[in-house]
Design a protein around this ligand. Structure first.
Ligand SMILES: [Zn+2]
Ligand SMILES: [Zn+2]
Ligand SMILES: [Zn+2]
Length: 326
């Protein structure tokens, strides 16, 4: 059963299929291996193997449409969505909505909404084919039934409130309105952790290896969500540069030495005008710690209030840097 969770980390390499709406669609190489196993093991409902291939591919077309729902919705609220990866367990849209409850909610809900929209279409086509008005072969009837059924299954499965499934992320976005960004992620991840742990125990005892892989994935992602909740809490606890705002997400950066230079120095890049106080390295772009976007420091909203870029004399309180660079 495919998993359709949108995540933000980079995908492992795959074959680039095409690009649409500024989104690259990749197919993981493992997909072919699993597709071969699945199709050759599929039962003989059809008169020819071509139907099994069509069935397997149609599942991924629906997964792809679902992922485009996430990606386009994320873009519509000003977020980032550049890649969709199709892999054996389903699809993953690499979306990064702005850190706002409403933006996250819309980016997540849009995926299952695609399946909601597909339901009357696929069921309608099946009803039409099943009715006597069209003389369709048994293969066509089976196929139409499969497509309609799998769409409903995708919808129901993804709405389970288990992080990182869509349902779990919708729960998180709704909780965000009530208990804030970090605690909502903490609660949703904890529920995910418990549910995935229970699912893992159950699938292992029943030797359902396919679902075991999914449970392990959910477990790892929920654990990651818990860690991330901790990071977000810490980030939000710092005082902020209230006069500055990220051009992408509108959040004010923390007023703390949280940016690290390759030389190992950590410093508040906004106090230093994106120049390392230790080695003097000037940074082209500065990363927003809330959304991960990078912009030249002068493009931050309110950047005119920043201190001017330090001159080399500024480095004098750190004589070690000058010594080492010689
Ligand atoms: Zn989804
Ligand atoms: Zn930002
Ligand atoms: Zn440095």
């Amino acid at each position: 059963m495919p998993l359709l969770a949108p995540v933000t980390r980079n995908p492992s390499p795959g074959i680039r299929l095409f690009r649409a709406f500024g989104i690259d669609v990749y197919l993981h190489w493992l997909w072919f291996v699993i597709a071969f196993i699945e199709i050759s093991n599929s039962n003989h409902r059809y008169s020819s193997l071509a139907w099994n291939v069509a069935e397997y591919c149609s599942l991924f077309v629906m997964v792809l449409l679902h992922e485009f729902g996430h990606a386009l919705a994320c873009k519509s609220v000003g977020g980032r969505a550049e890649r969709i990866m199709l892999w054996p367990l389903g699809g993953v849209a690499y979306v990064q909505p702005p850190p706002r409850a409403g933006a996250l909610l819309w980016s997540i809900v849009a995926g299952p909404l695609v399946n909601v929209a597909l339901a009357p279409i696929t069921i309608g086509v099946y009803m039409l084919i099943r009715s006597a008005t069209i003389a369709a072969s048994t293969d066509v009837r089976h196929f139409a039934f499969y497509v309609a059924a799998i769409n409903i299954l995708l919808l129901v499965f993804n709405l389970l409130p288990i992080y990182p499934l869509d349902g779990g992320q919708i729960l998180r976005a709704l909780l965000w309105f009530m208990i804030g960004r970090a605690n909502s992620l903490r609660v949703a991840s904890l529920i995910g952790l418990i549910a995935a742990g229970a699912a893992l125990a159950w699938t292992v005892t029943h030797q359902m290896w396919w679902t075991t892989a999914l449970a392990v994935y959910a477990l790892v992602r929920s654990w990651g969500g818990l860690q991330q909740a901790g990071n977000v809490s810490r980030l939000l606890a710092f005082p902020r540069h209230d006069e500055l705002k990220c051009p992408a997400c509108g959040m004010s950066p923390p007023r703390a030495p949280l940016w690290r230079c390759a030389c190992g120095a950590t410093f508040d890049t906004f106090d230093m005008h994106a120049t390392c106080p230790h080695c003097g390295q000037k940074f082209e772009t500065t990363m927003c710690l809330h959304c991960g976007e990078k912009f030249p420091i002068d493009e931050w909203v309110g950047a005119e209030t920043l201190p001017p870029a330090p001159t080399p004399a500024f480095l004098s309180p750190f004589p070690g840097a000058a010594m080492r660079s010689r």
